[in-house]
Design a protein around this ligand. Structure first.
Ligand code: PEP
Ligand code: MN
Length: 358
């Protein structure tokens, strides 16, 4: 493990570092005359505690950064010939050469619109239905979602269409209820660093769609995923949805560099959410296409036929027709990237008898 020490690190701050290294079984060698680079070599074979060791060193006042730590691999880390993980939500597959589309309304508002959106996005090739029942709104006075009633609507429409459903859970106390209805749990941007929530959703055993915090570094994002993986749940899909920037032109700044970077450093699948990045429907398709080319293993897109009527995120909702066009472009681009799209398998009960037999 290679550590960069803070410039003014005096011997009183270095002492805890040397003590910790001794306790954890590392020998320490300073690589420069200023003693600002420390190489730690495990005296015995590196064990499973390696990842925990890295965090312990990171916590020390003397340590500015852990530069490399081949012997303390974190669970999110990829490379070294390790195959990419494939995460399944129902019949949809993300990662390891598989590409899938998630689509649906921002929030579940009523049965009729949810049904029509679900049938439409399925026909366009979406493999997972999204929809919020518990909404993390900026204002406590804004529409907070239909809660348990919204979950029941999602489950019913999921069963009717054969689409698996992903929905956000905001509170550890709701995890059991939401997990009993959903096929995958979404951790929203505002909750990415809620460690208690991450541990609780991990224990549900369901796939987790983890959105990047609005001001989270890539390292913080990966450590949030590490919380889920370290609880024994390997099924995490990372979602880049844009970060806060100085410029209000787009709602959030879609960090495509992060997408390309993540594809190199982690085995986990990465999806792009162009809707919350754009904030405006007319920008969603170009950002979605850019996301696929940057390496995304899937897209999550908000769709609604009557954006003017919805309580949340209407301005960024694509019409079902616009989503159909986006889906076709995404499939073409994903194919160019060597990825295959698994189309929804289960027949919809509304399909014709011939289709049901096929
Ligand atoms: C959402 O998916 O509707 C949502 C609230 O997303 P985010 O957490 O990325 O803001
Ligand atoms: Mn939304």
């Amino acid at each position: 493990m290679l550590l960069r020490l803070r410039p003014a690190t005096d011997s009183s701050l270095r002492a805890p570092l040397l003590k910790l290294a001794e306790e954890l079984g590392y020998s320490v060698r300073f690589l420069d005359s200023e003693r600002s680079l420390a190489e730690l070599t495990p005296r015995a074979e590196p064990g499973l505690a390696g990842a925990a060791h890295r965090s312990k060193f990171e916590d020390l006042t003397a340590v500015a950064a852990v530069l490399s730590s081949p012997e303390s691999r974190e669970l999110t880390q990829g490379g070294d010939g390790q195959p990419d993980s494939v995460v399944k939500i129902g019949a949809a597959r993300f990662g390891g050469g598989h590409f899938s589309l998630i689509a649906g309304p921002c929030a579940v508002e009523d049965a009729a619109s949810l049904r029509s959106i679900a049938h439409a996005v399925k026909a366009s090739g979406a493999g997972v239905l999204r929809g919020g029942a518990f909404k993390p709104r900026t204002s406590p006075y804004a529409f907070q979602g239909l809660g348990a009633e919204g979950l029941d609507l999602l489950r019913a429409v999921g069963d009717e269409t054969g689409l698996p459903i992903v929905t956000e859970v905001l509170d550890p106390r709701d995890v059991e209820l939401v997990a009993s209805k959903a096929d995958a749990l979404q951790i929203g941007s505002r909750s990415m660093s809620n460690a208690a929530l991450l541990k609780t959703v991990a224990q549900s055993g369901l796939p987790i769609l983890l959105k990047r915090g609005l001001a989270a570094t890539v390292r913080e994002f990966l450590l949030a995923a590490e919380y889920v993986l370290s609880e024994g749940n390997p099924n995490v899909i990372l979602c880049e949805r844009g970060i806060r920037s100085f410029d209000p032109t787009t709602r959030n700044l879609l960090d495509l560099g992060c997408v390309a970077h993540l594809k190199q450093v982690t085995h986990l699948p990465v999806v792009v959410d162009p809707s919350h990045a754009a904030g405006r429907a007319e920008l969603v398709t170009p950002l979605a296409k850019a996301g696929v080319v940057a390496g995304a293993d899937g897209l999550i897109v908000e769709v609604h036929p009557n954006p003017a009527l919805v309580h949340s995120d209407g301005a960024q909702a694509l019409s079902p027709e616009a989503f159909d066009t986006l889906a076709k472009s995404a499939q073409t681009l994903a194919a160019l990237e060597g990825k295959t799209l698994a189309l929804p398998q289960a027949p919809s009960p509304q399909a014709s008898p011939e289709e049901l037999k096929a």
